[in-house]
Design a binder for this molecule. Sequence first.
Ligand SMILES: [Zn+2]
Ligand SMILES: [Zn+2]
Length: 351
Amino acid sequence: MNNLQKLSDKELYTICKKWGATVLEARRKFGGLLPEVQRRELASRTKGGSWLKKRGFTCMYEFAARLAGMSQPQVDEVIRQDKRFEDKPMLRAALVNGEVSVNKLARVVSIATVENQREILEKVKALSKVALDIFVKDYKRENEKTDGLEETKNRQISLYGRNENADIGLTEAIVKTGPEQGGQTQPKKLPVNLDEDIAKELLEMQAKNIDVNGLLREFLRESKVKLEREKSEIAERQIQKRDGRAIIGFPAKRYVPMEVRKIVREEFGDKCAMPGCAKSAENLHHEKGFAKEQCHDPRYLKPMCKGHHELVHARKFTHADEPVHADELAHADELVHADELVHADELAHAG
Ligand SMILES: [Zn+2]
Ligand SMILES: [Zn+2]
């Protein structure tokens, strides 16, 4: 048996991660040197020589492949991104020093400016690629709003969820526009997925001049009231459970109880709860922090996609004015990836 065979699974994995990170860091640093190598190569060529040939390489690609195992697309990407960040010295420096990967920088290029580069760099360093993509999307949306542009995205209304089996296709619902359109009632068509029997019933009622919109509005209001009531009842039960456990000195369980998951799903469906995000929910986020509250109170639970979940935890890190719970801080990584996480399929079963 050699030394490696004596390692536990955990130790083996730890060593793999350590050297893997070292390799990635070294490659980032090497990549950061390439724009300067290219600059010297071009300069030497204008004088009839070649910086690379003098050192035994035919071109940049061979140079990068032989010295650092970098592929052609990786080389191209570094050179390309270096050019794009020419006017943003902080971000460019981070690229050249190998502080951040070119893949991550490429994700923020569309929102990076001279003014916000410090903030952007912080994000690039702190967030994973998935969370970074979401951050960029949210950032663009926020800026659209502050530019005074109204949200005129084609919002879809889908009553009763997506019932693929019984779906009869798109039912056109006539929606009247309000006084903001100059008081005119212009019929606007929005696609709503309705089951055939429901669509028929509504159409029949409409033909009899029954106030279908009033009825539906009332129904929606009542549903919300009912949901809120159920939520408070469940919350009460969860708080009682928590207090009961505390008395006998039992730690709270990470597992989110079925009735809690069910009510959260009733409220949010299977999508991320962050405004404007259409991604599937993969994690259940405890707004008050599970470590602190020791409770699965549905009033403070939000289903989130992986990226947004990471993002809200990262915000707790960087914003000193927000309450930060020491225990949650220490395990933010684990929280996102392990125990707090509820898989989408579990969420689905909950419904
Ligand atoms: Zn969370
Ligand atoms: Zn999301």
